[in-house]
Design a protein around this ligand. Structure first.
Ligand SMILES: NC(=O)c1ccc[n+]([C@@H]2O[C@H](COP(=O)([O-])OP(=O)(O)OC[C@H]3O[C@@H](n4cnc5c(N)ncnc54)[C@H](O)[C@@H]3O)[C@@H](O)[C@H]2O)c1
Length: 256
Protein backbone atom coordinates (compact mmCIF):
# COMPACT_ATOMS: atom_id res chain seq x y z
CA UNK A 1 0.00 0.00 0.00
CA UNK A 2 1.17 3.52 -0.69
CA UNK A 3 1.55 6.13 2.06
CA UNK A 4 -1.68 7.87 1.09
CA UNK A 5 -3.85 4.76 0.85
CA UNK A 6 -2.43 3.61 4.18
CA UNK A 7 -3.33 6.94 5.70
CA UNK A 8 -7.01 6.61 4.79
CA UNK A 9 -7.15 2.87 5.45
CA UNK A 10 -9.53 1.35 7.98
CA UNK A 11 -8.50 -2.16 6.97
CA UNK A 12 -8.72 -4.62 9.87
CA UNK A 13 -10.14 -1.96 12.16
CA UNK A 14 -12.99 -3.13 14.36
CA UNK A 15 -16.07 -0.96 14.09
CA UNK A 16 -19.53 -0.55 15.58
CA UNK A 17 -22.20 1.25 13.55
CA UNK A 18 -25.46 2.17 15.31
CA UNK A 19 -28.67 2.47 13.31
CA UNK A 20 -26.91 0.02 10.98
CA UNK A 21 -30.04 -1.03 9.10
CA UNK A 22 -31.19 2.46 8.13
CA UNK A 23 -30.43 4.39 4.96
CA UNK A 24 -27.07 5.91 5.96
CA UNK A 25 -26.16 3.17 8.45
CA UNK A 26 -26.40 0.43 5.82
CA UNK A 27 -24.28 2.44 3.36
CA UNK A 28 -21.70 3.01 6.09
CA UNK A 29 -21.57 -0.71 6.91
CA UNK A 30 -21.19 -1.53 3.22
CA UNK A 31 -18.37 0.99 2.77
CA UNK A 32 -16.57 -0.20 5.92
CA UNK A 33 -16.78 -3.82 4.76
CA UNK A 34 -15.42 -2.86 1.36
CA UNK A 35 -12.58 -1.01 3.11
CA UNK A 36 -11.66 -4.20 4.97
CA UNK A 37 -12.97 -3.31 8.44
CA UNK A 38 -14.81 -5.71 10.76
CA UNK A 39 -18.30 -4.34 11.09
CA UNK A 40 -20.80 -4.90 13.87
CA UNK A 41 -24.14 -3.28 13.21
CA UNK A 42 -26.60 -2.53 15.98
CA UNK A 43 -30.16 -1.44 15.37
CA UNK A 44 -33.51 -1.53 17.13
CA UNK A 45 -34.83 -3.36 14.04
CA UNK A 46 -32.25 -5.59 12.36
CA UNK A 47 -34.75 -7.23 10.01
CA UNK A 48 -34.12 -4.78 7.12
CA UNK A 49 -31.08 -3.89 4.97
CA UNK A 50 -28.95 -6.79 6.27
CA UNK A 51 -25.58 -7.26 4.59
CA UNK A 52 -23.59 -10.45 4.57
CA UNK A 53 -20.33 -9.92 6.42
CA UNK A 54 -21.86 -7.64 9.04
CA UNK A 55 -22.61 -9.06 12.48
CA UNK A 56 -25.90 -7.65 13.78
CA UNK A 57 -27.23 -7.14 17.28
CA UNK A 58 -30.74 -6.00 18.15
CA UNK A 59 -30.23 -3.02 20.39
CA UNK A 60 -32.30 -0.10 21.55
CA UNK A 61 -29.63 2.51 22.27
CA UNK A 62 -31.93 4.40 24.64
CA UNK A 63 -31.38 1.61 27.20
CA UNK A 64 -28.15 2.24 29.10
CA UNK A 65 -27.87 -1.36 30.31
CA UNK A 66 -28.67 -2.91 26.92
CA UNK A 67 -26.00 -0.73 25.27
CA UNK A 68 -23.37 -1.76 27.81
CA UNK A 69 -24.24 -5.47 27.53
CA UNK A 70 -24.11 -5.51 23.72
CA UNK A 71 -20.93 -3.40 23.57
CA UNK A 72 -19.33 -5.68 26.17
CA UNK A 73 -20.09 -8.74 23.99
CA UNK A 74 -18.50 -6.98 21.00
CA UNK A 75 -15.41 -5.99 23.00
CA UNK A 76 -15.19 -9.56 24.38
CA UNK A 77 -15.30 -10.96 20.86
CA UNK A 78 -12.72 -8.64 19.26
CA UNK A 79 -10.64 -7.54 22.24
CA UNK A 80 -10.93 -3.93 21.07
CA UNK A 81 -13.13 -1.55 19.07
CA UNK A 82 -11.28 1.02 16.97
CA UNK A 83 -14.24 2.92 15.54
CA UNK A 84 -17.68 3.84 16.87
CA UNK A 85 -20.14 5.43 14.45
CA UNK A 86 -23.07 6.94 16.35
CA UNK A 87 -25.57 7.04 13.52
CA UNK A 88 -28.90 5.90 15.02
CA UNK A 89 -31.37 8.75 15.16
CA UNK A 90 -35.09 9.49 14.94
CA UNK A 91 -37.36 12.48 14.61
CA UNK A 92 -40.98 13.42 15.16
CA UNK A 93 -42.99 15.30 12.61
CA UNK A 94 -46.17 16.70 14.10
CA UNK A 95 -46.55 20.47 14.58
CA UNK A 96 -44.81 21.69 17.73
CA UNK A 97 -48.06 23.21 19.03
CA UNK A 98 -49.42 19.65 19.35
CA UNK A 99 -46.22 17.89 20.42
CA UNK A 100 -47.02 15.29 23.09
CA UNK A 101 -44.45 14.74 25.82
CA UNK A 102 -43.80 11.11 24.88
CA UNK A 103 -42.75 12.06 21.33
CA UNK A 104 -40.46 14.82 22.59
CA UNK A 105 -38.93 12.39 25.09
CA UNK A 106 -38.43 9.64 22.50
CA UNK A 107 -36.29 11.88 20.28
CA UNK A 108 -34.27 13.01 23.31
CA UNK A 109 -33.90 9.46 24.62
CA UNK A 110 -32.63 8.01 21.35
CA UNK A 111 -30.68 10.84 19.74
CA UNK A 112 -29.03 12.48 22.71
CA UNK A 113 -29.17 10.05 25.62
CA UNK A 114 -28.67 7.04 23.33
CA UNK A 115 -25.59 8.60 21.74
CA UNK A 116 -24.31 9.37 25.22
CA UNK A 117 -24.86 5.78 26.45
CA UNK A 118 -22.92 4.50 23.43
CA UNK A 119 -20.00 6.86 24.12
CA UNK A 120 -20.06 6.06 27.84
CA UNK A 121 -20.04 2.27 27.30
CA UNK A 122 -17.39 2.54 24.59
CA UNK A 123 -15.06 4.57 26.80
CA UNK A 124 -15.61 2.45 29.91
CA UNK A 125 -14.90 -0.73 27.97
CA UNK A 126 -11.82 0.80 26.35
CA UNK A 127 -10.60 1.73 29.85
CA UNK A 128 -11.24 -1.80 31.11
CA UNK A 129 -9.18 -3.29 28.29
CA UNK A 130 -6.59 -0.56 28.51
CA UNK A 131 -6.90 -0.18 24.75
CA UNK A 132 -5.55 3.25 23.99
CA UNK A 133 -6.68 4.40 20.57
CA UNK A 134 -10.12 5.07 19.20
CA UNK A 135 -12.23 7.19 16.90
CA UNK A 136 -15.84 8.18 17.41
CA UNK A 137 -17.88 9.74 14.61
CA UNK A 138 -21.25 11.19 15.58
CA UNK A 139 -23.87 11.76 12.90
CA UNK A 140 -25.43 15.14 13.67
CA UNK A 141 -27.39 17.24 11.15
CA UNK A 142 -27.42 20.57 9.43
CA UNK A 143 -30.53 21.25 11.55
CA UNK A 144 -28.36 21.17 14.64
CA UNK A 145 -26.75 24.31 13.21
CA UNK A 146 -29.42 26.18 11.25
CA UNK A 147 -33.18 26.23 11.47
CA UNK A 148 -35.18 24.55 8.70
CA UNK A 149 -36.77 26.92 6.21
CA UNK A 150 -40.43 26.04 6.62
CA UNK A 151 -41.37 27.54 3.24
CA UNK A 152 -39.89 24.48 1.51
CA UNK A 153 -42.08 21.87 3.26
CA UNK A 154 -45.20 22.36 1.10
CA UNK A 155 -45.92 18.69 0.25
CA UNK A 156 -43.55 16.96 2.71
CA UNK A 157 -45.19 15.39 5.76
CA UNK A 158 -41.75 14.96 7.42
CA UNK A 159 -41.47 18.47 8.76
CA UNK A 160 -38.35 18.99 10.80
CA UNK A 161 -38.96 19.37 14.51
CA UNK A 162 -37.48 21.66 17.14
CA UNK A 163 -36.52 18.68 19.30
CA UNK A 164 -34.70 16.95 16.43
CA UNK A 165 -32.57 20.06 15.84
CA UNK A 166 -32.01 20.51 19.58
CA UNK A 167 -30.73 16.94 19.94
CA UNK A 168 -28.45 17.35 16.93
CA UNK A 169 -27.08 20.62 18.34
CA UNK A 170 -26.53 18.68 21.56
CA UNK A 171 -24.62 16.00 19.67
CA UNK A 172 -22.36 18.64 18.10
CA UNK A 173 -21.63 20.07 21.54
CA UNK A 174 -21.10 16.59 23.07
CA UNK A 175 -18.61 16.00 20.25
CA UNK A 176 -16.56 18.97 21.48
CA UNK A 177 -16.97 17.99 25.12
CA UNK A 178 -15.74 14.45 24.56
CA UNK A 179 -12.98 15.53 22.20
CA UNK A 180 -11.52 17.47 25.11
CA UNK A 181 -12.28 14.84 27.72
CA UNK A 182 -11.00 11.86 25.78
CA UNK A 183 -7.89 13.37 24.20
CA UNK A 184 -5.72 11.92 27.00
CA UNK A 185 -7.06 8.46 26.22
CA UNK A 186 -6.18 8.92 22.53
CA UNK A 187 -9.84 8.74 21.50
CA UNK A 188 -10.77 11.27 18.84
CA UNK A 189 -14.37 12.45 18.66
CA UNK A 190 -15.77 14.18 15.58
CA UNK A 191 -19.12 14.70 13.88
CA UNK A 192 -20.57 15.14 10.46
CA UNK A 193 -23.66 17.22 9.78
CA UNK A 194 -25.44 16.06 6.65
CA UNK A 195 -27.92 18.23 4.80
CA UNK A 196 -31.10 16.61 3.47
CA UNK A 197 -30.35 13.17 2.00
CA UNK A 198 -32.60 11.93 -0.78
CA UNK A 199 -34.37 8.72 0.19
CA UNK A 200 -35.05 6.60 -2.92
CA UNK A 201 -37.06 4.02 -0.94
CA UNK A 202 -39.34 6.55 0.70
CA UNK A 203 -38.92 9.66 -1.44
CA UNK A 204 -39.52 13.11 -0.05
CA UNK A 205 -42.31 14.95 -1.93
CA UNK A 206 -41.61 16.37 -5.40
CA UNK A 207 -42.44 19.88 -4.26
CA UNK A 208 -40.17 19.58 -1.25
CA UNK A 209 -37.28 18.34 -3.37
CA UNK A 210 -37.78 21.16 -5.84
CA UNK A 211 -37.91 23.77 -3.07
CA UNK A 212 -34.96 22.26 -1.20
CA UNK A 213 -32.90 22.20 -4.40
CA UNK A 214 -33.73 25.85 -5.04
CA UNK A 215 -32.50 26.74 -1.51
CA UNK A 216 -29.29 24.74 -1.92
CA UNK A 217 -26.30 26.26 -3.79
CA UNK A 218 -25.56 22.83 -5.32
CA UNK A 219 -29.23 22.68 -6.40
CA UNK A 220 -29.98 19.16 -5.16
CA UNK A 221 -30.35 16.95 -2.11
CA UNK A 222 -27.45 14.73 -1.02
CA UNK A 223 -26.97 11.05 -1.76
CA UNK A 224 -26.12 8.84 1.25
CA UNK A 225 -22.83 7.90 -0.42
CA UNK A 226 -21.71 11.54 -0.25
CA UNK A 227 -21.35 11.20 3.55
CA UNK A 228 -19.00 8.24 3.39
CA UNK A 229 -15.75 10.01 2.47
CA UNK A 230 -15.93 12.21 5.56
CA UNK A 231 -16.93 9.33 7.84
CA UNK A 232 -14.01 7.20 6.64
CA UNK A 233 -11.62 10.16 6.83
CA UNK A 234 -12.61 10.92 10.44
CA UNK A 235 -12.39 7.24 11.39
CA UNK A 236 -8.95 6.80 9.81
CA UNK A 237 -5.43 7.85 10.75
CA UNK A 238 -5.66 10.58 8.09
CA UNK A 239 -7.53 12.48 10.83
CA UNK A 240 -5.04 11.62 13.59
CA UNK A 241 -4.76 15.27 14.74
CA UNK A 242 -8.43 16.10 14.17
CA UNK A 243 -10.82 16.03 17.09
CA UNK A 244 -13.89 17.98 18.21
CA UNK A 245 -14.77 18.96 14.65
CA UNK A 246 -18.03 18.90 12.78
CA UNK A 247 -17.85 18.52 9.01
CA UNK A 248 -20.90 20.05 7.38
CA UNK A 249 -21.92 18.19 4.22
CA UNK A 250 -24.84 20.15 2.85
CA UNK A 251 -24.05 21.26 -0.69
CA UNK A 252 -23.52 24.76 0.67
CA UNK A 253 -27.03 25.09 2.17
CA UNK A 254 -25.74 26.67 5.37
CA UNK A 255 -23.51 29.17 3.52
CA UNK A 256 -26.27 31.69 2.91
N1 LIG B 1 -31.69 11.38 6.05
C1 LIG B 1 -31.34 12.65 6.19
O1 LIG B 1 -31.72 13.53 5.39
C2 LIG B 1 -30.44 13.05 7.32
C3 LIG B 1 -29.92 14.35 7.35
C4 LIG B 1 -29.11 14.72 8.40
C5 LIG B 1 -28.81 13.81 9.40
N2 LIG B 1 -29.34 12.55 9.35
C6 LIG B 1 -29.00 11.65 10.43
O2 LIG B 1 -28.36 10.51 9.90
C7 LIG B 1 -28.63 9.39 10.73
C8 LIG B 1 -29.16 8.26 9.88
O3 LIG B 1 -30.35 8.70 9.26
P1 LIG B 1 -31.09 7.89 8.12
O4 LIG B 1 -31.60 8.87 7.16
O5 LIG B 1 -30.26 6.76 7.65
O6 LIG B 1 -32.36 7.38 8.96
P2 LIG B 1 -33.03 5.96 8.97
O7 LIG B 1 -34.34 6.13 9.67
O8 LIG B 1 -33.03 5.36 7.62
O9 LIG B 1 -32.05 5.11 9.90
C9 LIG B 1 -32.00 5.25 11.29
C10 LIG B 1 -31.81 3.86 11.89
O10 LIG B 1 -31.75 3.99 13.31
C11 LIG B 1 -32.47 2.92 13.86
N3 LIG B 1 -32.93 3.26 15.20
C12 LIG B 1 -33.99 4.04 15.54
N4 LIG B 1 -34.14 4.05 16.87
C13 LIG B 1 -33.15 3.29 17.38
C14 LIG B 1 -32.80 2.92 18.70
N5 LIG B 1 -33.52 3.31 19.75
N6 LIG B 1 -31.73 2.11 18.88
C15 LIG B 1 -31.01 1.67 17.80
N7 LIG B 1 -31.33 1.97 16.54
C16 LIG B 1 -32.39 2.78 16.33
C17 LIG B 1 -33.64 2.69 12.91
O11 LIG B 1 -34.21 1.38 13.07
C18 LIG B 1 -32.97 2.92 11.57
O12 LIG B 1 -32.49 1.70 11.03
C19 LIG B 1 -29.61 9.86 11.80
O13 LIG B 1 -28.93 10.18 12.98
C20 LIG B 1 -30.20 11.11 11.18
O14 LIG B 1 -30.68 12.00 12.13
C21 LIG B 1 -30.12 12.14 8.34
Amino acid sequence: MTYISNLYSIKEKVSIVTGACGQLGAKTCEAFLEAGASVTGVDVDTSKNRLSGVEYYDLDISSKKAVFDVFESIFDKYGKVDILINNAGVSTFDPFEERPEDKFDRVMDINLKGTFWCIQSYVNLMDKLEFKKGAIVNIASIYGIISPDYRIYTDCPRKNSEIYGATKAGIIQMTRYFAVHLADRNIRVNAISPGGIFNPENPQGDDFRKNYSFRCPMKRMAESEEMLGAIIYLASDAASYTTGQNIIIDGGLSCW
